[in-house]
Ligand binder design. Structure first.
Ligand code: 5GP
Ligand code: MN
Length: 341
């Protein structure tokens, strides 16, 4: 973290503040872990801090210390409005642009009089914060929260509650320390978090070994629906609304499915298309290996974005049209897809 950014935030935190911490829509392990970790840290400095999420987060995160106090905008609009109005500081974590919180909450944030601080590792950060700590090379926003504490000279405030949350965020966003964004520093930070009370085996069990039978069956459907396009080094999965309904889909159930498509030998680009009839969209997750930028692909074709090797987007056409269009776009990228690694 740059010294002048840290000094600026230090000044903003010189007296007790009313702080709101916001994560992105459809919060994942990094969004929830980084926000909760930061909230415990800010409370340890004497501030009041409330975590707000635009919508609910997956059950596999519902054991994280402090998660019961998260305010979910969709469930508690009035409370969220009041808290945002009263805040003097709003930290936005794990997203790069205010539209990532979804339409109505975006308006609430834009109308708030608080100053903004951004901590994020996505590409192309928007310019709305008085202090922006953005680093696209970082494994996760949770790792950045640790560096943020360190830059403020407060790494000794690391409690077990902070450590467990940040470890969970790093672990989930790096695919258990697998993805190329995992640096030696990521491992050093993880070691400090373990020393401070993050028990890796227990966190792994809580996150990965709590599958419902329905989720496992839905994974079976997803794998059955896997299509491989060997010439284009691409594999994709589709799930219809009926597939989801038949398996009593709950938020987070499809997390990680796309990685199975990427795990096929010779595949550099993997995609999952998930029909969402309620929002009249197809939600899309993109993953890649090597140089093929799914951030660019998602931005150029699917109003989305993310990182070079992991991004998301959406289509407002129906599932069939979405797939046909995708298949028609792909050949343009044949060379990039072939030489990715
Ligand atoms: P996932 O596919 O797991 O939902 O998301 C992969 C990455 O892309 C995450 O870092 C996520 O924040 C980002 N992402 C997912 N969906 C969108 C989207 O619709 N727009 C943008 N800008 N980023 C997204
Ligand atoms: Mn993240």
């Amino acid at each position: 973290m740059k010294k002048d950014t840290a000094q600026l935030v230090d000044k903003l935190l010189a007296s007790p503040q009313k702080i709101v911490i916001v994560g992105h829509k459809n919060p994942d392990g990094d969004a929830v872990g980084s926000c909760l970790g930061l909230s415990f840290f800010l409370k340890s400095l004497g501030h009041s801090a409330t975590v707000i999420m635009p919508n609910d987060f997956p059950d596999f995160l519902k054991w994280l210390p402090g998660c019961e106090e998260i305010v979910i905008y969709e469930k508690d609009v009035q409370k969220t409005n009041d808290i945002c109005k009263a805040a003097n500081l709003i930290f936005t974590l794990d997203f790069n642009s205010l539209d990532r919180v979804g339409g109505e909450l975006q308006a609430v944030l834009e109308n708030a009089s608080a100053k903004f601080v951004m901590i994020d590792h996505h590409q192309q950060p928007a310019d709305y914060a008085v202090a922006t700590y953005s680093d696209v090379k970082m494994s996760s926003t949770s790792e950045m929260v640790y560096h943020f504490m360190d830059a403020l000279g407060k790494a000794e405030n690391l409690s077990d509650n902070i450590a467990i949350n940040l470890y969970t965020g790093i672990m989930t966003d790096t695919g258990s320390f697998r993805f190329s964004s995992t640096s030696p520093t990521t491992h050093r930070v993880a070691a400090k978090l373990i020393e401070a009370g993050a028990e890796s085996a227990i966190i792994n069990q809580n996150v990965y070994d709590t599958n419902s039978p329905e989720r496992m069956k839905l994974l079976g459907v997803a794998l059955n629906n896997l299509v491989i396009l060997p010439e284009l080094h691409t594999a994709y999965i589709t799930l219809t609304q009926k597939d989801l309904d038949d398996h009593h889909f709950k938020k987070g159930d499809t997390e990680g499915f796309v990685n199975y498509a990427l795990s096929v030998k010779g595949i550099n680009f993997a995609v999952i298309f998930i029909e969402n009839k309620q929002e009249s969209i197809v939600k899309i997750s993109f993953r890649s290996k090597g140089k093929f930028s799914v951030n660019d692909f998602a931005r150029n074709h699917y109003s989305g974005g993310g990182h070079i090797n992991a991004a998301g987007g959406k289509s407002s056409q129906d599932l069939n049209k979405t797939i046909n269009e995708f298949i028609s776009i792909l050949p343009r990228y044949k060379n990039e897809l072939t030489d990715a690694s």
